[in-house]
Write a new protein. Structure first.
Length: 183
């Protein structure tokens, strides 16, 4: 809420008062994401493995204890109830998300990210309701090796098999899914 004495700005400025993110600005939701995942991302921003001009300097200002505490805090917040208002269209995005493209050895995204992309366990973060522009940027980052490969390099393998139009379509589809799984 207030940032740190070393000058890290308050997370709420960009990630929302309840960690819900700010879709219009492409700032991702943090609420309800796995703590270990959040912590790994902060470390990756801090050591430069995950490149981002906004988050890297902020992460560098956090101590190991602060990284841990803020990750536990956001992991314990409930996922926001509603999607960010984007429209889910049938078509290419839904096809990739739900069926994959086995001819290209691409499994359905929901096989790992859970039904509607609500996230599964500690390793598979939610995609539902994240800003489309944020999701697109992550997939591009893996294609360009600007984000660490993550567990077993799974996402780098997935992202390499997606074309730019695939990335746009599947990102739009997940952005329109309810973050709380439609509860
Ligand atoms: C000035 C805006 C801004 C502030 C303040 C900010 N962030 Fe971020 N944050 C971003 C942006 C932009 C991204 C997306 C980076 C990317 O595309 O890789 C992001 C991404 C993240 C991610 C990765 C999420 C994911 O799903 O992988 C984490 C974790 C994170 N921020 C934590 C924090 C924490 C903790 C704080 C407070 C100490 C904070 N941020 C403050 C703008 C901000
Ligand atoms: C075989 C399992 C698997 C499949 C299939 C998969 N993912 Fe992932 N995905 C992961 C893992 C593991 C991570 C966490 C990576 C990390 O820790 O850096 C992840 C993370 C992501 C992220 C980053 C989320 C964030 O908050 O920054 C995006 C975006 C993403 N996946 C999109 C997709 C899309 C789109 C598809 C389908 C085309 C897909 N994934 C299919 C395993 C998978």
């Amino acid at each position: 809420m207030h940032g740190t004495a070393r000058g890290a700005p308050p997370c709420v400025v960009c990630h929302g008062a309840h960690g819900e993110g700010i879709a219009a600005s492409g700032f991702p939701r943090l609420a309800g994401l796995p703590a270990a995942y959040l912590r790994a991302q902060l470390s990756a921003f801090a050591d430069g493995q995950r490149e981002n001009a906004v988050m890297a300097p902020i992460a560098k200002l956090l101590s190991a204890d602060e990284e841990q505490a803020v990750s536990l805090y956001y992991a314990a917040l409930p996922a926001p109830e509603l999607a960010n208002g984007a429209a889910a269209s049938a078509g290419l995005g839904a096809l990739l998300a739900l069926d994959g493209r086995w001819s290209a050895k691409l499994p359905p995204c929901v096989a790992c990210h859970g039904p509607g992309g609500i996230g599964v366990g500690a390793s598979f973060p939610p995609l539902a309701g994240q800003p489309a522009s944020y999701l697109e940027a992550q997939l591009e980052a893996w294609r360009q090796v600007k984000r660490p490969p993550g567990p077993l390099g799974l996402m780098q393998a997935v992202a390499r098999r997606l074309s730019p139009s695939d990335i746009a379509a599947v990102s739009q589809w997940f952005a329109a899914q309810p973050a709380g799984g439609g509860r």
